[in-house]
Design a protein. Structure first.
Lengths: 740, 163
């Protein structure tokens, strides 16, 4: 079953239009809910007025006073209110909730609630936050900071032949799942609080609702409905919508549905953290890295949410797949009066990897060697240590990946050809080719998996059907299918015999959040172990002998259940003893395994209009054993498309902390006519601790795509790209500067 | 209370069957399909005609049902994703989307499949450019479109081998 392109488990329902997403569900007596939000970035709430010709007595109205437990959305800490009570700290912060059965009248009513705010000074940039003239969070506007230190950075500068500095920035990016966020809640004395919705992490929502309602574990139930894309955007924010729907349901005594429209989804929910990275790099005459001093800052928005962990991943990935003896990385997540930025596929790494890979092309230029030669002289090899002090134990072969990617893309020939054409021809179309080399760690960072202690259960029914129970969610990336494949492989059965139980906190164990490229590698391994556990029960009990058929297995299950009752296997994650992590020094084995990659982008730039087209894209990566080639390639292709959007099109326009282009009309993502052929190739070196040798894959493509494109644009035009997105407007300005 | 328009009765054909409903004239056809006719396979992604998740066929033309007022449905023939499979047997394009990875999260899939079917009705042998342009009104955030193109090509090939 492993290595085969088994069709998507829930594919038939999806292509037939029968898959049920949250907005497709309707309950008897159900009301609709809406959110009234802050018109100001920061201030004190003076008054709330219910105006207009609205029959207000028909409405359920909820404010912070209606919260039975703690007024917060509990995540890492409890700083973010569920509903602002006295102060607001960002535009569009939720203040009042309304419910009514008529959603058209409800929308009119929403516009008739006046929130009066006495404004307070607000800050909207990393610089303003660091200046600390206004303290808007904690003592110093800093959510979290890290300091990674390897070797002796201060002693390395004097011996350097070249010292290269640079500052790089990345913009916010909207996840733009095509299904907007939504939840339905029901609250009753008998059953407690139940929510159904579009979400990645049922147990995150569960925890938040326990704190909000002050209820014990068993009185809260969270059910994931079919989820139309997440990409991190449905990691933490669904807790907020679930909380709002549940408060309205509690007060009205009716089921309440909240579905965001696109504008609300874009203006109010999380985005990728904007970032700024400063590099100072010492190299010797031959381009060997002597020291890297990296300063990495992300804008976290108004509340902490997941910023510390986003910062962590960005920090650890900031020095890339290179063996540099002396590395310092200082990083921080700062507060601004924008809606909190949050999880988005790559989780901090796309930001710091963009900076590094763009910077290294500049370092190569300073040394006077080819950019690939600079990488080749510094690539990390088995036995060498990464910036965080992790000794690489994988059979990493970055040179091999580079060779293959260059051969497939015709890199060397094109590099020469384009350079010659660009300098000779008078044509307006300049072409370029560039690359990025990078790594991405799979699973929670450091001791994270140990604390999570994920659990998976499996039960074989009397008819031989095998139920897989986990809190890991399907949101398009293929969880259902690969879990079925992994279990089927362990049990030597067909995938059709495997049944995925819908994530529902009342029935499935907590296998951790569906994030961090951890589902295939970490949770998949638990599924494999659970399958082997079932098999052992059957063989040890004498119900099944080696060489069994599917029919034998089903018969054995029937006999076991008749004799002993339910046939279940339950597995809990055990952290490998040879993986060590020091949270204080921020050093050690950051991840159990990494995916390694080299991406090549070919572009053409019309220097009259500054329009960029990506003409070819080659993505070569080593991700361990590929479980399902079609699904895996689909992950990379989709990730590269999002990366192209991140690099070129997706520009969040801010005004006083509010996104002003919150529409698909003016926030532009790639369409079918914008993308090149995305050519995906896998190298497979089985990883001993992954299921059948698999590693993580989901986030990887977001890291290397944007810098490969930026380097290609620099090659085509000579423009020293320092910031993404490289919109036509920004590129035009840079082109004018070059030619001035 | 703000004044409201009066509801009108609209009769049309939906997936081969006669259908009749009452709605305000400017109610979105998308809402009629999903709420009155319980055809929830048609999805809302943006509500402004950008994403194509609500694509349906109206008298053979591909339209964004979020931009069509209910009154415009009078007397027309509508096809939604629910009308594509015949007696439970999937359309070649639907089958190809399963086999070739054309669907990931599935939310754009009904609209995307209708756009592909509509394209194939106009061009039975579409080239790469025609496929890309034919699907350019339908946004997909998961696949990067490559597997969708492959699915369309595979559906064409399957139709050829059958002919």
């Amino acid at each position: 079953m492993i290595g085969k392109s088994v069709p998507r488990k829930e594919g038939r329902e999806k292509v037939a239009g029968r898959a049920r997403y949250v907005d497709d569900l309707s309950f008897p007596g159900m009301l609709h809910g809406v959110t009234v939000r802050s018109p100001a970035a920061r201030g004190r709430i003076r008054a709330t007025r219910f105006e207009g010709e609205i029959p207000w007595h028909e409405f359920t109205v909820v404010t912070a006073k209606d919260i039975p437990g703690k007024n917060c959305i509990a995540l890492l800490i409890e700083d973010q209110p569920c509903l602002a009570a006295e102060f607001v700290n960002h535009p569009e912060e939720a203040i009042v909730l309304l419910a009514h059965h008529d959603r058209y009248l409800l929308e009119e009513a929403r516009r008739c609630v006046r929130i009066e705010i006495e404004p307070m000074p607000a800050i909207f940039s990393i610089d303003d936050s660091l200046a600390r003239e206004e303290i808007i969070w904690g003592q110093d506007n800093i959510f979290k900071s890290f300091h990674v230190e390897k070797g002796d950075v201060d002693g390395a500068w004097t011996g350097a032949a070249f010292v290269v500095e640079g500052t790089y920035e990345t913009g916010a990016q909207e996840q733009l799942y095509i299904e907007p966020q939504g939840m339905i809640a029901q609250v009753s004395e008998a059953e407690g609080v139940t929510v159904w919705g579009s979400l990645q992490c049922p147990h995150y929502v569960h925890k938040a609702l326990m704190v909000l309602f002050g209820l014990p574990r068993e009185r809260i139930r969270v059910v994931q409905t079919e989820t139309g894309g997440g990409f991190g955007g449905k990691e933490e924010y669904p807790s907020m919508i679930a909380a709002h729907a549940a408060l309205l349901a509690r007060k009205s005594g009716r089921p309440v549905k909240i579905i965001y429209d696109r504008a609300e989804d874009m203006v109010a929910t999380t985005k990728r953290h904007p970032s700024r990275t400063r590099h100072r790099t010492a190299v010797d005459r031959d381009g060997k890295l002597l020291a890297m001093d990296i300063d990495f800052t992300v804008d976290g928005g108004a509340y902490e949410t997941l910023s510390p962990v986003v910062l962590s991943r960005g920090t650890i990935h900031a020095a890339g797949p290179y063996a540099c003896p002396n590395v310092r990385i200082r990083s921080r997540a700062v507060a601004t009066n924008a809606p909190p930025h949050g999880a988005f596929r790559g989780f901090g790494a796309p930001q710091s990897v963009f900076a590094l890979e763009r910077h290294l092309d500049r370092v190569a230029e300073a040394v006077g060697i080819a950019s690939d030669e600079l990488r080749r002289r510094n690539f990390i090899h088995e036995g060498q240590t990464l910036a965080v002090g992790q000794v690489v134990k994988e059979k990493v072969d970055m040179n091999g990946l580079m060779g293959r990617a260059f051969e497939l893309s015709g890199y060397h020939a094109k590099r020469k050809q384009f350079a010659a054409e660009n300098s000779n021809a008078r044509g307006a179309i300049k072409r370029g080719i560039g690359f990025a080399s990078f790594l991405h760690g799979a699973g929670f960072t450091g001791s994270g998996e140990e604390y999570l202690a994920s659990e998976v259960a499996m039960e074989a029914m009397a008819d031989g059907t095998v139920h897989i129970l986990a809190g890991s969610t399907e949101m398009g990336q293929g969880t259902n299918t690969i879990f079925a494949q992994i279990a089927a492989e362990a049990l030597r059965l067909d995938c059709e015999q495997m049944k995925i139980i819908q994530p529902d906190t009342a029935y499935v164990p907590n296998s951790g959040p569906t994030v961090a490229s951890r589902t295939a590698m970490i949770v998949g391994k638990l599924v494999e172990t659970a399958g082997l556990g079932l098999l052992k029960l059957l063989t040890d009990g004498g119900f099944l002998r080696p060489g069994y058929t599917a029919a034998d297995f089903s018969r054995a299950c029937g006999e076991y259940v008749a004799k002993h009752g339910p046939l279940k296997s339950f597995v809990k994650y055990e952290h490998p003893r040879d993986l060590h992590w020091d949270d204080q020094k921020y050093s050690g084995d950051a991840y159990g395994a990494y995916a390694w990659a080299l991406y090549v982008a070919e572009v053409s730039v019309d220097i009259r209009t500054a329009e960029v087209r990506v003409n070819d894209f080659v993505a070569v990566q080593e991700v361990g054993k590929v479980i399902n080639p079609v699904l895996a390639a689909g992950q990379i292709e989709g990730g590269v498309a999002q990366g192209i959007g991140f690099a070129l099109y997706e520009n969040v326009v801010w005004q006083e902390g509010r996104m002003v282009n919150a529409q698909m009309t003016n926030y532009v993502m790639p369409t079918s006519v914008d993308l090149p052929a995305i050519r995906v190739y896998f190298e497979e070196i089985p990883y001993g601790r992954g299921p059948a040798g698999a590693k993580g894959i989901g986030e990887l493509p977001l890291d290397g795509t944007a810098p490969a494109i930026a380097n290609a644009i620099a090659h085509a035009t000579g423009v020293d790209v320092r910031r993404i997105p490289i919109t036509a407007e920004s590129l035009l300005e840079m082109l004018e500067a070059v030619h001035a | 209370m703000p004044k409201r328009a009066r509801k009108i009765r609209v009769s049309c054909e939906v997936n081969g069957d006669a259908a009749s409903f009452e709605a305000y004239p400017m109610t979105r056809l998308l809402d009629v399909l999903r709420e009155e006719l319980k055809l929830t396979g048609t999805k809302e992604g943006c509500g402004e005609g950008e994403c194509g998740a609500c694509s349906i066929e109206m008298d053979g033309a591909l339209v964004n049902s979020c931009l069509v007022p209910a009154l415009q449905a009078q007397g027309v023939k509508i096809r939604t994703i629910e009308g594509l499979a015949i007696h439970g047997s999937l359309h070649a394009v639907q089958q190809a989307f399963i086999t070739h990875g054309g669907a990931q999260c599935g939310i754009c899939t009904p609209g995307m499949i209708l756009a592909a079917v509509n394209l194939l009705a106009r061009h039975s042998q579409p080239d790469d450019t025609q496929i890309r342009e034919g699907l350019s009104g339908n946004l997909c955030r998961c696949t990067g479109y490559m597997k969708i193109f492959e699915s369309v090509v595979a559906a064409v090939r399957r139709a050829e081998t059958r002919a």
